[in-house]
Design a protein around this ligand. Structure first.
Ligand SMILES: [Zn+2]
Length: 203
């Protein structure tokens, strides 16, 4: 069965599909295609928080911004946005005695750019090459205030999209990925430039 492009789904969740197309999309969803179901869920959430931000910026702008990023997922990652600077990395900190010998290996890295602080925790699952990433996007200038309106996209250094997610209302996000070096993360928010994070070598 043919899938529909992200483009179609972004129109669909905003209720601006052509009538015939909307019907086709609904029928496709009824077929319970998992891939498209998750695309709709993601775009629905993006449209939702874009609507919440309505008083600050037109939701259209944010949806368009996110769409632009995702449209490039099959080709080259657009070289736009600011490279965040790393301000903390637990891997470079001396650990208290006893901790180093433990089996838990969560690495915490904190990045800053464009008035955002991104707190990222990476944990390699035991006996596997799967990493679990959890994080939070915070407003650097307003302590304890987080951004719930952020889309997070993981890329390879060749610009292929690996995965994408949307932060919850507390700015928290979570995703998993297979080990690979030189991965990059884009943090897309409504009123700021896209922030790019280079994960570098994870081992
Ligand atoms: Zn599908």
């Amino acid at each position: 069965m043919a899938h529909f492009s992200e483009d179609r789904w972004t129109d669909f969740v905003r209720g601006v599909s052509a009538p015939g197309t909307a019907h086709e999309l609904e029928r496709h969803l009824e077929s319970r295609c998992p891939e498209c179901k998750s695309a709709v869920a993601l775009w629905g959430r993006i449209a939702q928080f874009a609507a919440k931000e309505n008083e600050y910026a037109p939701p259209e702008n944010f949806v368009r911004l996110v769409k632009l990023q995702f449209a490039n997922s099959q080709s080259e990652q657009p070289e736009v946005g600011l490279i965040a600077s790393m301000i903390f990395d637990s891997a470079t900190q001396p650990l208290p005695m006893g901790v180093r010998s433990g089996t838990a290996s969560t690495r915490q890295i904190v990045y800053e750019a464009e008035g955002l602080t991104v707190d990222l925790r990476l944990e390699r699952k035991p006996h596997s090459s799967t990493f679990s990433a959890t994080g939070q996007v915070l407003d650097k200038d307003a302590p304890l205030s987080w951004l719930g309106n952020a889309a997070i996209v993981l890329w390879t250094d060749k610009g292929q999209m690996v995965t994408k997610t949307v932060a919850n209302d507390y700015g928290e996000f979570q995703f998993e990925f297979e080990h690979e070096d030189q991965l990059r993360i884009s943090i897309i928010t409504a009123n700021r430039k896209t922030v790019r994070i280079a994960l570098g070598n994870l081992e």
